[in-house]
Design a protein around this ligand. Structure first.
Ligand code: PSU
Ligand code: MN
Length: 315
């Protein structure tokens, strides 16, 4: 069977296997944010702090990455260190999974790659920083993150602080609507904007309470409506950046990317690194704060989903 074959590629860490056996809720974490989204050692430190936040709330974290020709669900401290330090890590989206698994290299999974692996491992909730989306100027470059197609078909709830401000948020939301991906927001009506709280665009549905979010998601999946759900929550006020500042710096970083001919999967890491340099590291502090906050929201959602019954009678 295809499913059994796929499962033969998975290796769960001992804590993840124990949590699943005990029926404790799991929260998947991506590794591209570790390997390509943040510098060492902040990346590894942040990953450990995010894991602790999730554990303290009663769920089990599972960092997902590719190592030694297997999909690893949960990493040891040494494995996390290797991923965070190495400059030989592939950025793995749907397209790249077979190449890196078959080749046995070190792979960091993007939102799309992590969703695929989380679904295979039976994990329903996944916490990231910001999802990929439709890039500004996509009408010329065709640069639309594979994250959006994955959200259209793979049934995992993705908790994020919106889409990165380097993107065209309006087009990203249009794309998600076209593909039937619900965008939920908690703590505010509008979709979040990663470094800043407000994208200026309304999310589809505001659900502040984890139990209500879980009911929404269960209902979608009960109905056989396969595909992901985006749950946006804004960066905490104290860590948010000023809109005008981030807008100006984003314009500058985008112009530099264009001038230097940066394309394809290098675009997002380039822009994040440039914005970090241009803000003297302040954007990294914001990035860390928003991921930690997302981890809290994700852990609460995982607990609520574990409690939420299935079927119409459960509501
Ligand atoms: N959010 C972050 N940092 C990141 C990313 C998201 O805070 O590094 C990564 C995610 O892995 C996302 C990817 O899937 O950027 C999108 O890349 P692209 O635009 O090339 O699809
Ligand atoms: Mn892209």
């Amino acid at each position: 069977m295809v499913a059994d074959l796929a499962h033969s590629w998975l290796i769960r860490s001992a804590p993840v296997a124990a949590a699943q056996a005990a029926g404790r809720p799991l929260v998947a974490l991506e590794s591209t944010i570790i390997a390509h989204g943040m510098p060492y050692p902040e990346n590894v430190r942040t990953a450990r702090e995010v894991e602790a936040i999730i554990r303290d709330l009663g769920a089990e974290p599972a960092i997902i990455a590719l190592m030694g020709g297997r999909i690893r669900i949960g990493l040891s401290d040494d494995e996390l260190e290797l991923l965070g330090r190495s400059d030989q890590v592939y950025k793995v989206s749907r397209r790249d999974l077979p190449a890196v698994l078959a080749g046995g290299g070190l792979g960091a999974t993007t939102v799309a790659g992590t969703m695929i692996c989380a679904a295979l491992a039976g994990i329903e909730v996944f916490v990231t920083g910001g999802i990929g989306g439709v890039h500004r100027g996509a009408q010329e470059t065709f640069d639309i993150s594979a994250d959006l197609q994955e959200l259209a078909k793979t049934s995992v709830a993705v908790v994020c602080a919106g889409a990165k401000s380097i993107l065209d948020i309006a087009l990203t939301l249009e794309y998600l609507e076209t593909h039937g991906v619900p965008v939920l927001s908690c703590e505010q009506d509008n979709f979040a904007a990663f470094y800043t709280r407000d994208s200026g665009f309304r999310a589809d549905f505001r659900l502040d309470d984890a139990a209500a979010q879980a009911r929404f998601i269960r209902t979608k999946w009960d109905l056989g409506l396969a595909g992901g759900v985006v749950l946006s929550t804004p960066v905490p006020q104290a860590a948010a950046m000023a809109c005008e500042e981030i807008d100006a710096l984003t314009q500058q970083a985008l112009a530099e990317a264009k001038a230097q001919g940066v394309t394809g999967k290098a675009v997002t890491p380039f822009l994040l690194a440039r914005i970090k340099a241009l803000t003297g590291g302040r954007s990294l502090a914001t990035n860390i704060a928003l991921v930690k906050h997302n981890a809290e929201v994700g852990a609460r959602l995982a607990l609520a989903l574990a409690q939420a019954g299935r079927g119409a009678g459960a509501a």
